[in-house]
Design a protein around this ligand. Structure first.
Ligand SMILES: [Zn+2]
Length: 358
């Protein structure tokens, strides 16, 4: 069996499509046909060569990590997912974006290098090879395909950030950024019992979508252009004391001092959006001390959150329009159009999530 892989050969240049033989699954492993793959902000950073972890030259590197597939081959001894749910060919599954050291099979191999030979470890491809050490979970039959692409990255990261901030019943939460991560965080925060969810963005269409994802209050930073006015606005909508949790998913360094200033005493600022080095912001540390505030970083998520997220989607299917987060669709062969359309620095607002349907 052969399949196509989208390969990055030079940063910032068009991606090429290559074809390779798909490896047979190892014991405990499985191979899925990629059904939908979403383009994540980090894929754009990898494409442009901006992440600290990038190799000097990408030379024939596959990429893409968000998405889900349908099982086409099960390795010997692969009978169930990481939650013990039986697996069969034809089932839809989501995989964890990172390999784990805990294997399902009798002979867990060391995970192959991301994007390299023998390929099929990236979602911008026809197939995805899931080794015995990579956590995988069966998708409940009632879930629509269109709600699934962001589960194994954006949704996991959003839930982890809310948990890192200590979000609980009655919390007041502010979310900076109404892209895929921010919208997901708004819906999850409401589901966790947050009393007030405030979403901040500078694009009105995104804020309108945020309302549908559970935001109680929207702050348009293109209208309230001064930090002091935004801080007053947020205090007003949180009983004068400020939010308990601030989630930064816009990737803007200046939100750290602003978010800390807004926070209630003992509040927590969670940094999620700035995962590449460079941007800095001035900070008065006494704000942290006098308010007993915390700054924490949140990246990724533990695998056991995946089945919880799938159940969340089942439970809230009539409440939040997760399928509407997919704004653009492309064939794998048109990946370069998909990358350009998602390139937010140039295009701005119109793309929430572009998906590839190989
Ligand atoms: Zn991602």
């Amino acid at each position: 069996m052969r399949g196509r892989v989208a390969e990055l050969r030079e940063y910032g240049r068009p991606v090429e499509i290559a074809e390779y033989e798909v490896p047979a699954p190892e014991p405990g492993g499985l191979v899925v046909k990629v059904e939908q793959a979403a383009i994540c902000g980090s894929d754009l950073h990898i494409w442009r060569g901006e992440t600290a972890a990038n190799p000097v030259s990408p030379s024939r590197m596959g990429f893409g990590h968000e998405g889900f597939g349908r099982i086409v081959a099960l390795g010997s001894g692969t009978h169930s997912d990481d939650a013990g749910v039986p697996l069969a060919e034809g089932d839809r599954v989501v995989h964890h974006v990172m390999a784990s050291h805990v294997g399902r099979g009798p002979d867990p191999n060391v995970e192959r290098e991301y994007g390299r030979h023998p390929y099929f470890h990236t979602t911008f491809a026809d197939f995805y090879y899931i080794g015995a050490t990579r956590p995988v979970y069966r998708v409940p039959d009632e879930l629509d395909d269109d709600v699934l692409p962001p589960v194994n990255c954006a949704m996991g990261a959003a839930l982890n950030s809310l948990m890192a901030g200590g979000t609980t019943f009655g919390s007041k939460v502010i979310i900076f950024g109404a892209g895929g991560l921010g919208l997901t965080a708004a819906a999850l925060a409401k589901d966790m019992g947050a009393e007030t969810v405030i979403v901040v963005d500078r694009i009105a269409a995104r804020l309108a979508l945020a309302r549908r994802f559970g935001a109680d209050v929207c702050l348009d930073s293109s209208v309230l252009t001064e930090a002091a006015d935004r801080i007053d606005f947020v205090k007003e909508h949180t009983g004068g004391r400020g939010p308990d949790v601030a989630i930064e998913v816009a990737g803007r360094a200046e939100l750290l001092p602003e978010g800390l200033e807004m926070l209630a005493r003992h509040g927590t600022f969670v940094e999620v959006g700035l995962f590449y080095p460079g941007p800095t912001a001035p900070l008065d540390p006494s704000v942290v001390l006098s308010g007993r505030k915390r700054i924490v970083g949140s990246a990724g998520y533990p695998p056991h959150l995946l089945p919880l997220l799938l159940q969340f989607l089942v439970r809230t299917a009539d409440r939040y329009p997760f399928a509407d987060m997919v704004s653009h669709r492309f064939a794998l062969a048109d990946i370069n159009d998909a990358l350009s359309a998602s390139d937010w620095d140039k295009q701005g607002a119109s793309v929430t999530r572009a998906v590839l349907n190989p």
